[in-house]
Design a protein around this ligand. Structure first.
Ligand code: XMP
Length: 494
């Protein structure tokens, strides 16, 4: 009954996730025994198979911290200067609690002129420079400021000096317990080396985090800090960028190119493997077995798969090159598996069913842009469009992003004509990734259970050995598989 994957993908069609459907198999285990632990690269493992795209509307400090806390990882984008990208990595790695606060600073000689200065938090921190980049000297709480008779005095006259703080790599439960025992509203977390403030844990945040569903182990590297990845290009200047990133402690880099099978990339892979033999390196993007083989031979520890499948991509329309994502993931995985190189299915994920399909077809992780761009962790502020709360999401090959410098990915040349391969848009507010990723992972576990696969490795094996069967859905079957026949309904992701 149904088709074996090998037969289905041999017929000359480019299928994407929505084109195919798996036939259910036999269930002999509960949903919660499904294991989602996986490999990102030859040497790095994750508790859940999720990766945030290196895009400037997706992955900066806050996304990197929350993804690592979930047992996933984010790749910090490179549409910035090397030192800025390195500072994002340093900042993400200095956290161990899954959120990033943005406290206000004053110097001891400053004054606080209005209650509005406490608008974003109930406390203001004091350092010599009046910025985050010097030792924490004291703190002023909103209540203390309100109780002052003379508001003209400088903060040094009434700040609480040397407030009790915790090291930035402390355990969440220790801080939470301390706040509760002392009935405090907040506690600063400081970098033990130079006493700089890294984060502030508030009683509200503790409540919020406690309300989120729990997942597996956070992603922590051999350095004892959160795992953080970064994207670089293949230009000569990227060698200098990489040096900054390595100094900042980056755990894995990916070579960000829409067509990765190029002399620029194979040369860069060889250079990186020689210069930083300990650093894991992901090549791509690729969609064919031939492309994959070249990058594996050059030394890639992981492969990123997808060309034109992203929600903001126009590569297939502009360049007439690419592949349906289901076919691409299946074909590349079948060759990569032989060399023990994990595959990242990049782009085109818009629901948990797509994640199940990508992982069963052979990917070890999925990389997501639009799925994460509406979260509170994505860079940028929420706006309102037609009454809906949205966040901006743009392709790195859009003219707007390339104006900021990301044209290297699309082999553009700043001195010549720029051709856009992506668009700028907006996605709906989804709340925190800490909340919706656990729901998505539970849905993925249910999909695996229906397939009779208790882990990713088992799903790969069952598909390759022909136990898991699939079929192509006709247009009508796709309509039937979605919500249909209702006058109206409310769409909620999870
Ligand atoms: P999703 O579907 O998750 O896709 O939003 C994210 C992936 O899309 C790729 N990407 C682009 N591809 N033009 C393209 O052709 C672009 O401007 C562009 N920006 C991002 C990238 O692989 C990302 O992970």
């Amino acid at each position: 009954d149904g088709f074996q994957a090998e037969r289905l993908f041999k017929q000359g069609y480019s299928y994407t996730y929505d084109d195919i459907i798996f036939l259910p198999h036999y269930i002999d285990f509960p949903t919660d025994s499904v294991q989602l632990a996986t490999k990102l690269t030859r040497n790095l493992t994750l508790s859940i198979p999720c990766v945030a795209s290196p895009m400037d509307t997706v992955s900066e400090t806050s996304m990197a911290v929350s993804m690592a806390a979930l047992g996933a990882i984010a790749f910090v984008h490179s549409n910035n200067t090397p030192s800025h990208q390195a500072s994002i990595i340093r900042s993400a790695k200095s956290h161990r609690i899954p959120f990033v606060s943005d406290p206000l600073f004053k110097s001891p000689s400053d004054t606080i002129d209005s209650i509005d200065e406490f608008a974003s938090s109930n406390c203001i921190f004091v350092t010599d420079s009046g910025t985050k980049k010097s030792k924490l000297l004291g703190v002023v709480s909103k209540a203390d400021w309100q109780a002052l008779n003379d508001k003209e005095v400088t903060v040094s006259d009434y700040m609480v000096k040397s407030p009790v703080s915790f090291p930035s790599n402390c355990d969440f439960e220790d801080v939470a317990g301390f706040l509760a025992a002392k009935k405090l509203e907040f506690v600063p977390l400081v970098n033990e080396k130079d006493g700089e403030l890294v984060n502030v844990v508030t009683a509200d945040q503790v409540e919020r985090i406690r309300g989120f569903p729990k997942l597996g182990m956070p992603s922590v590297g051999p350095d004892g800090e959160f795992l953080v990845g970064a994207a670089i290009g293949t230009r000569e200047s990227d060698k200098d960028r990489l040096e900054h990133l390595v100094k900042a402690g980056v755990n894995v880099v990916l070579l960000d190119s829409s067509q990765g099978n190029s002399i620029y990339q194979t040369e860069m892979i060889k250079y990186i493997k020689k210069t930083y033999p300990e650093l894991d390196l992901i090549g791509g993007n690729v969609v064919t077995m031939y492309q994959a083989q070249n990058l594996i031979q050059a030394g890639a520890d992981g492969l990123r798969v997808g060309m034109g499948s992203g929600s903001i991509c126009t590569t297939q329309e502009v360049c007439a090159v690419g592949r349906g994502q289901a076919t691409a993931v299946y074909k590349v995985s079948s060759i990569a598996e032989q060399s023990g190189v994990p595959v990242i299915a990049d782009g085109g994920i818009s629901n948990s069913g797509h994640i199940v399909k990508a992982l069963t077809l052979g990917a070890s992780t999925v990389m997501m842009g639009s799925f994460l761009a509406g979260s509170s962790e994505a860079p940028g502020a929420y706006e309102y469009q037609n009454g809906r709360r949205v966040k901006k999401y743009r392709g790195m090959g859009s003219l707007e992003a390339m104006t900021k410098g990301s044209d290297a990915r699309y082999l553009g040349d700043t001195e010549k004509l720029k051709i856009a391969q992506g668009v700028v848009g907006a996605v709906v507010d989804k709340g925190s990734v800490l909340k919706f990723i656990p729901y998505a992972m539970q849905a993925v576990k249910q999909g695996f259970q229906d397939l009779g696969a208790s882990s990713l490795q088992s799903a790969h094996h069952l598909l390759r050995s022909g136990v898991i069967r699939l079929e192509v859905r006709t247009g009508a079957a796709q309509i039937e598989g979605g919500v249909h026949g209702l006058v109206s309904y409310e769409k909620k992701s999870f």
